[in-house]
Ligand binder design. Structure first.
Ligand code: NAP
Length: 299
């Protein structure tokens, strides 16, 4: 399996370390990136740089896309010089970007018309997980195709779960994001309440993080937030992209998601204030403006 060339399209914050990990696992990698300098950088480490997604598809029976949003996956998969123009019969496109489930199903159907397959395999774990090869990967698509690609997934992640047919990987990732933003909002409100009541914020986090109220957000982002560290692990503007996909998908299903919609609006107030590139823990700033009080420790 490890002599199978893997095509990698999209060498951004996530894609670059994921491609590197595949190379470390022994796979030959053929890469393409819209900004050619990033593909050239990986070529210096042993990958082969191709001139278009079509050229990558011609060379590889398994291809990965890790681009930004639904229109970007459509462009690299279905657009001019795209994957569809070069894909081999029985080849597999694994899309690891976070995009809309319905766009995923459309791309899968177009590939199916050419005798090729698709897996939607979005990830969680952030840039640190991408670098350390510990991503959680939620995979939608045919079970036998998933099994065929499992060694490739194992080169990039640890918790790898086949969750159902095409689109269900993306649905599962959106579930993940609903949980993440709801929890982040609770952390922001709780710490603001603690601050207004005069509590010691560090001791408050210490006291509650191990119990029923514990969460990844409280444990990892709570201490940063109270110190005024708003550097991004995950940027507000990318979170907003995911929230738009969630709310559109909910709208298609006529499903109300009141709390998620509220957090989307609070994040929109941060973007309006020019804070879209801060980390999601900056959500507390939206609440602080409403409350006229800050949740910060004195440094
Ligand atoms: P990023 O650093 O902005 O990288 C995006 C990549 O996609 C770049 O290589 C970019 O090329 C390429 N791209 C975008 N639009 C394109 C188009 N229309 N045609 C061709 N190439 C295009 O983003 P990222 O953080 O790696 O995120 C990638 C995906 O992973 C997103 O769907 C994101 O939601 C998801 N994700 C991110 C994280 C995280 O912590 N960052 C965590 C989990 C999931 P250029 O170099 O030319 O711009």
């Amino acid at each position: 399996m490890t002599d199978t060339p893997i095509g990698f399209i999209g060498l951004g914050i996530m894609g670059m370390p994921m491609a590197r990990n595949l190379m470390k696992a022994g796979f030959p990698v053929v890469c393409y990136n819209r900004t050619a300098s990033k593909a050239q950088a990986l070529a210096k480490e042993g990958a082969r740089a191709a001139g278009s997604p079509k050229e990558v598809a011609r060379a590889c029976p398994i291809l990965i896309t890790m681009v930004t949003d639904s229109p970007d996956v459509e462009a690299v998969a279905l657009g001019p010089e795209g994957i569809l123009e070069g894909i081999q019969r029985d080849a597999v496109l694994i899309d690891m970007s976070t995009i809309s489930p319905s766009v995923t199903r459309t791309v899968a159907a177009r590939l199916g018309d050419k005798g090729a397959h698709m897996l939607d395999a979005p990830v969680s774990g952030g840039s640190w997980g991408a670098q350390s090869g510990t991503l959680s990967i939620m995979v939608g698509g045919d079970e036998a195709i998933f099994q065929r690609c499992l060694p490739v997934f194992k080169g990039m992640g640890q918790n790898i779960v086949h969750v159902g047919p095409n689109g269900m990987g993306q649905v599962t990732k959106l579930v993940n994001q609903i949980l993440v933003v709801g929890t982040m909002n609770a952390v922001a409100e709780a710490l603001l309440f603690a601050a207004k009541a005069g509590a010691d914020l560090e001791k408050t986090i210490e006291a509650v993080k191990g119990g029923a109220a514990g969460s990844w957000q409280l444990q990892n982002l709570g201490p940063r937030l109270i110190k005024g560290d708003f550097a991004p692990g995950f940027m507000v503007k990318l979170q907003q992209k995911d929230l738009r996909i969630i709310l559109d998908a909910a709208d298609e299903m006529h499903l109300p998601l009141p709390a998620t919609a509220l957090v989307h609006q609070l994040f929109a107030s941060l973007e309006a204030a020019g804070l879209g590139e801060e980390g999601t823990q900056a959500l507390v700033k939206a609440h602080e403006r409403l409350a006229g009080v800050q949740a910060r420790v004195k440094s």
